[in-house]
Design a protein around this ligand. Structure first.
Ligand SMILES: NC(=O)c1ccc[n+]([C@@H]2O[C@H](COP(=O)([O-])OP(=O)(O)OC[C@H]3O[C@@H](n4cnc5c(N)ncnc54)[C@H](O)[C@@H]3O)[C@@H](O)[C@H]2O)c1
Length: 458
């Protein structure tokens, strides 16, 4: 069943009617009032699985933790039966939370995948540069796979994974979680249903938010494109995927401008020091102060393995700012990721899309404008307004969900269903779709560096 058929079978129109004029009505409440349980986007094709999908978790960091939590909340759908993680404390914590046997705890993916197959599937949530090898090894062992994005840091590796996935016949899901958010599903259903006529063009903005940028792409593990992946992949392969999905056709050509303008040594303020903890004269007024972000505001702490006793946190965070990259001055790092870029895309059906990724903004939440022959849609991931050119009428939908718009666990649920039922059509995107969204990003990076217009060919 196509997504469109699927969505139209689920009382979507009734649901929209319930939600559209009531900004105060949450989606869960709308679903409840419509008798759809707690989730407007429950998939009618989901079945009670005969047994939970047995998962080997590779990488027990931030994302691995989010996915593992699902096994705690939904033990009938997923069970963690093996963990591979080199950081001892993470390995032990994850293993003990899920009752993983000692012989199924591994110091790395290499050891775990050297074993004969002992689970149904693997989740690969390792750093960007460590996706290809475990994915190929897992497919060779006969596992179904859930692979964190980006698929791989380079196009040849991405193509290698695509070829291996096709040859193996295994189910390979890529964590393009935005597709699973109610917000983007709603946009997709409206566009496919012809609500704005033919799509003519799309404008899409990804506002990273200035402290998020400083955290991940200036101080954090994605600050160097060659040690992780270019930011257009690391941050924006979600966006190339969403734009392509909404347009509903293949991308033909891509062009990109972008550079690192602000987070460089020349912008270091007078009196600034190597670390925010070194008595920096600019620290009290610096919007990127590590002391402010991590120590005073206690934000983005998931990168620190904090002690359980919260009374120890203050000293622990301060010490971490003295010891780790998270305490270093944002103007004195060895970062190279652009802090702004714009991408132009021409699709095979003539639709054009303009995409901007911006670090220097005070807000998060993608902004999307879809221009159609008979109407347009303007949205910000919390609400969107559709205006019909025929009637002049405007309708606004409003929703508030978690940081990924409710997508993380919905995506995981679909993948578990796909594995449990051995039916890849339950996934929103095929490995080919996911790979093509990555090819758009590799092409954009080539264009940015070479000042060229690039072709995209799967
Ligand atoms: N889908 C999304 O929206 C989304 C969001 C953020 C990050 N990500 C991606 O998820 C992946 C993981 O990101 P994260 O934020 O969880 O990073 P993280 O650093 O918190 O976790 C990665 C974990 O992998 C472990 N690891 C390293 N080498 C390993 C090995 N040989 N075998 C097994 N484990 C190993 C690390 O020790 C670490 O605990 C990255 O590729 C990242 O780009 C996806």
């Amino acid at each position: 069943m196509s997504l469109r058929q699927f969505l139209s079978t689920r009382a979507l129109v009734r649901a929209m009617t319930a939600v559209k004029n009531g900004a105060a009505l949450s989606w869960a409440e709308a679903a409840r009032q419509l008798g759809l349980g707690s989730d407007l986007y429950a998939d009618a094709r989901h079945r009670e699985l005969a047994q939970p999908v047995r998962v080997l978790l590779i990488g027990a960091g931030h994302r691995g933790g989010i996915y593992a939590q699902y096994a705690i909340e939904s033990p009938r759908e997923m069970r963690i039966v093996g963990v591979a993680e080199p950081q001892r404390r993470r390995l032990e914590d994850m293993a003990s939370a899920h009752g993983v046997a000692a012989e199924r705890q591994f110091a790395g993916w290499e050891q775990a995948l050297a074993q004969p197959k002992f689970a149904d599937a693997v989740i690969i949530a390792t750093p960007d540069r460590l996706h290809t090898a475990p994915c190929l090894a897992a497919l060779a062992r006969g596992y179904d796979v859930l692979l964190e994005k980006p698929i791989a840091p380079t196009e040849p590796e991405c193509r290698q994974i695509l070829a291996a996935a096709r040859a193996s016949g295994r189910i390979v899901g890529v964590c393009h979680v935005l597709r699973y958010t109610p917000y983007f599903r709603e946009l997709k259903a409206l566009v496919d249903g012809g609500a704005i006529g033919q799509v003519i063009s799309v404008q899409h903005l990804e506002p990273i938010e200035y402290t998020h940028m400083s955290h991940s792409y200036v101080r954090g593990q994605w600050r160097k494109s060659h040690a992780s992946t270019p930011i257009i992949l690391a941050k924006s392969c979600h966006d190339t995927d969403i734009i392509r999905w909404l347009v509903g056709d293949h991308a033909d050509n891509v062009h990109c401008f972008g550079n690192l303008k602000w987070f460089t040594q020349v912008n270091a303020p007078p009196g600034s020091t190597e670390r925010c903890t070194d008595g920096c004269a600019a620290e009290p007024h610096c919007p990127y102060s590590a002391l402010q972000i991590y120590w005073r505001d206690r934000k983005r702490l998931y990168v620190f393995d904090l002690p359980e006793d919260r009374r120890l946190w203050s000293d622990f965070i301060l010490q971490s700012l003295r010891d780790t990259d998270y305490g270093r001055c944002v103007y004195r790092m060895d970062n190279d990721q652009p802090d702004h870029l714009t991408v132009n895309i021409l699709f095979r059906n003539g639709v054009t899309a303009g995409f901007s990724m911006e670090a220097h903004v005070s807000y998060e939440g993608r902004r999307t404008r879809i221009m159609g022959s008979m109407g347009d849609i303007v949205g910000n991931m919390e609400s969107f307004t559709l205006t019909s050119f025929r009637s002049g009428q405007r309708k606004t939908w409003s929703l508030k969900t978690d940081a990924h718009g409710g997508g993380d666990h919905r995506m995981l649920k679909d993948w578990l269903q796909a594995v449990g039922q051995q039916d890849r059509t339950l996934l929103s995107s095929s490995i080919e779709d996911s790979a093509e969204s990555h090819l758009m990003a590799y092409a954009a990076e080539r264009s940015r560096i070479g000042k060229t217009i690039e072709d995209v060919r799967l």
